[in-house]
Each structure stands twice: as C-alpha cells, then as structure tokens.
Write a protein that binds this ligand. Sequence first.
Ligand code: F6P
Length: 319
Amino acid sequence: MIKKIAVLTSGGDAPGMNAAIRAVTRAALQMGLEVYGIHDGYLGMYEDNIEKLHPRSVSEKMGHGGTFLGTARLKQFTDIEVRKVALANLKKYGIDALVAIGGDGTYRGALALSEMGLPVVCIPCTIDNDIGGTEFTIGFDTALNTVIDAVDKLRDTSNSHRRCSIIEVMGRNCGDIAVWSSIATGAEVCICKETGYNLNEVLKTIRKAAKVKRHAIIILAENMVPIDELAKQVSENTPFDARATVLGHVQRGGAPSARDRVLASEMGVKAVHALLNGSTHHCMCVRKGEVVPIPIEDALAVDDSIQTIEKYEVFKLVQ
Ligand code: F6P
C-alpha cells in the first residue's frame, strides 16, 4: 500500500511544471499520502536533496514558469550503481512511489527505476510536444504562444522594411512548434525534420510572395539548416532582404497558459490516482481530450511524427 510518494522534474524545463507539481502534491496530501519533493531531478535523488512538502509548499507557484524544485540532466543515471544510491535515498524516507515530470529522458530514467521495483508514473512536460502516446505535452501550448507573439512582432517590422523574417524555433527533433506556429502566424514557409528542406522550393515560394506582399515569414525548426546561411540565400535570390532571429530559450519560460495549467492539474491528479490504482510503469497521456495512463514502453515506441505531418498538410492547404 503506497503511503509516501516523491515528485521530481527532470530534463529541459517547461511552463506548467509548477502546476503539475502542485497538483500531484495537493491531490496526494488530500488522499492521505505524504509527499516529498526531489530537487534537481535524478541528480537530487542521487544526492539526497529531498524535502517533505506541505499544502503551502506549492502555493503561489502555478502561474510561474520553470520548476521550483529545479531540474537537471544526469547522464550517469544510466549506471545502475547510481540508481541504487538514488533508490537507497528514497528508502531512507520510506518513499514507495515516484511521479517523474519531464520529457523522454525522464521517462527512460523512470522506466529503469520501475525495473528495480519502484512504482513510477510519468507526466509529459516539455515544450517539444515530442512524447509518443499523448497528443499534447505540458508546456507546448505556452511555448507556441510565445513563438506566435514573437512572429507577430517580427511581421510588423518586416512589413515596414519589405523584408523576409526567418525565425528559428526549438523542438529538438520534433517539428510541432514549427508547424503549429506556421499555421497560427500565416507563415509562407515552414522547415522541419518531418517535412524536409528544399532550398529552391523555399526561394520560389518567397519570390512568389514578394509579388503580392511587403514581407514574408519563414519558420525554421532548430537543427535543420544554419539560419544565417538561409538568410544569405534569401537575400541574394529573392526581392526580400532577410533577417534571422533565433528565439532560443525564451520559448522555455513565461507564465503557463490556461491550457497548460489545466492539463498539468488534470495529469497531476490522475497520476496519483494511477499509482494508487496499481500503475507501476506508466505515463499520463491526453487522447481526444481524455487523460489516461499507458505503459511507458508503449509511449516511447510511438512515432509521433505522423501527427506533425498531418498538421503540416493543414499548413500547406491554408497557403
Ligand atoms: O527539450 C526542450 C528543449 O528546449 C529543446 O527544444 C532544445 O533543443 C533543448 O531543450 C535545449 O536544451 P538546453 O536547455 O540543455 O540547452
């Protein structure tokens, strides 16, 4: 019978992490459990940086980006000896289950702990929206709105100067931020891994836009092409002078959107329910609006690029 749970955030932070921690903590306390916060992800578990949480521990945090527990990436967690030390630390507090909040790296660490006997449930929290099995990850909606706000501002100045603005967005190897923001901003071009890159096609599209508009927008997913090289090509081969903007880590911060706060709250509550109902190696997924637990291995096995390509088809049809 689970009586004490721990909660941690791991990997790249995302807006909504605090809302998820809050929901896990409040729900577990209401269900009569003790809750422990692990600082700095798996590193804190290894270093015994663990703090008992109370209802007021998570007050006034939901509206803030980032994670008040801190996060880290601990590559050494793949070493079972490191995991054994971490588990021994949990044992000291009598902790008998874990909620791990983060991205795919977090999931892999949690799966390894479950194979060593610790019941775990993961919550998908990354701006990339690249966790299989769930239509949305917490943080994606907020990052999307950050990008849209930036692109709308860049459109103003591009229009004044008859320019093409190229905006590089995050997403690691997933094009969801690029594709969704391209639709939402009416960009002329979207370049991401799932749909490939053809310079001549890009230049043709920009030249066509220049016939009828005073500006053009290209949204470029990171890790595709050097943005300054693309800007040079556009400047030299189209009527528009190009300017490059790398949005970078601004996409990782900011107050979480209403959607992310509610998604985080629902996933947090249901993660505690899942643990109490016997889930031991699961992750929370939202599918057609419903939040359900599925086995972590099943989530990691899903190729979610299909969802990205389907959205790209929408982008092409609204050109
Ligand atoms: O996974 C979230 C993310 O922001 C990716 O989109 C990006 O590529 C990466 O993290 C950046 O990692 P770091 O914060 O370590 O620079």
